[in-house]
Design a protein around this ligand. Structure first.
Ligand code: MG
Length: 357
């Protein structure tokens, strides 16, 4: 078969001659023949397939060194490598997207009109069926958190307790310009604390709000939730990291179908000993009169939204509200552990925002 000149080969492969010369120098795609006197490169038509693959992988944004590896593989192995590369890109893009939206919120922040503070109550309950309570809840002046642990054989290796304990240094005033770094450090500490348990099947959800006087910073991974009651309406602030939620997002499942799906508790993200997964972080502007509920799935799977809304709307004291929510969850059978925190945002009696400097 007749060899192609670099110009003809470049046109057929939709690459430039300059790119072909670079790929030759990098060992990605060697010409079939190089004329020893003129240095002209000639290519065999059979090399077109590899040249096209290189061009497509370049279009995907794959680094040259990785393209070299992929080109040396069989087609099924190459397919696997390309899929793995794309999963990394998607995870990286999602993490950077969350960072970008956090920064937009941070830089768009307005000073509160009114100094605000929070009052709160916290409660966990084993439920009526489980043999232990792996749910953990915490509430302090600057930190609210719930965590739903899984896989622990005994209390010494409770991932939920380790994660919440690691977040506790967040229960303090954090200057706004340090918030993102402080949150990231806290997330790393929680992740490391769970890894330190050194048990592959042990893990936890973690949903926490850091209160800084006018703003709430959310850290969230797993299927525990934050709800906001504002002007008598209940809003779910967090997005479940579950298989069924991913299927709902893709239009493959309705919300109603999800409630009875056999894999409805399967998490796609959590803190555990496996591959590190990034929690969502988000800033929320608080208003006087807001009421926040943090809860594990033992509560939100047991009670419908209208019941939760009604209890939060009609029970003035946070302490009474958490007790009533746990009681109602147990009334449905108490199939799971329950953890919940209720926090009210109120005008500060001190005349300046709690947590401000
Ligand atoms: Mg649970």
């Amino acid at each position: 078969m007749e060899l192609l000149t670099i110009g003809a080969f470049a046109r057929a492969a939709r690459l430039s001659p300059k790119a072909l010369r670079l790929y030759d120098e990098l060992g990605l795609l060697r010409p079939a023949v190089v004329d020893p006197s003129s240095g002209y490169r000639r290519y065999h038509p059979d090399q077109l397939e590899q040249a096209r693959l290189v061009a497509w992988l370049r279009r995907l944004g794959m680094p040259l060194a990785r393209i070299r590896t992929v080109c040396a593989l069989t087609a099924p192995e190459a397919a696997e490598q390309i899929a793995a590369f794309w999963r990394e890109i998607e995870a990286d893009t999602a993490a950077r997207g969350r960072l970008a939206s956090f920064l937009v919120q941070h830089l768009s922040r307005k000073e509160p009109v009114m100094p605000l503070t929070i009052s709160y109550a916290v409660r966990t309950d084993q439920g009526l069926v489980r043999e232990s309570n792996q749910d953990v809840a915490y509430a302090g002046p600057h930190l609210l958190a719930v965590a739903d642990g899984f896989g622990a054989e005994n209390d010494d290796r409770l991932a939920s307790a380790a994660a919440v304990e690691a977040l506790r240094p967040l229960d303090t005033i954090v200057p706004a310009d340090e918030l993102l770094n402080v949150l990231n450090d806290a997330i790393s500490r929680a992740d490391n604390a769970v890894r330190a348990l050194d048990a592959a099947d042990v893990g936890t959800t973690l949903t926490a709000l850091h209160w800084s006087g006018s703003q709430l910073a959310l850290v969230h991974i797993g299927d525990s939730r934050v709800y906001l009651l504002r002007a008598e309406e209940l809003f779910q602030i967090t997005h479940d990291h579950t298989l069924v939620q991913a299927m709902i997002d893709e239009g493959r499942l309705t919300t109603d179908e999800a409630t009875s799906h056999p894999q409805r508790t399967l998490l796609v993200k959590a803190l555990h000993g496996g591959q590190r997964q990034e929690p969502d972080i988000q800033l929320l502007d608080a208003e006087a009169g807001d009421r926040y509920l943090l809860c594990s799935d033992g509560l939100h799977a047991a009670l419908d939204n209208e019941t939760v809304r009604r209890v939060l709307q009609t029970t003035p004291e946070p302490e009474d509200a958490v007790r009533e929510l746990v009681r109602l969850a147990n009334d449905t059978g108490g199939a799971d552990n329950v953890a919940c925190v209720v926090a009210d945002v109120r005008p500060s009696p001190l005349g300046r925002p709690a947590g401000s400097r």
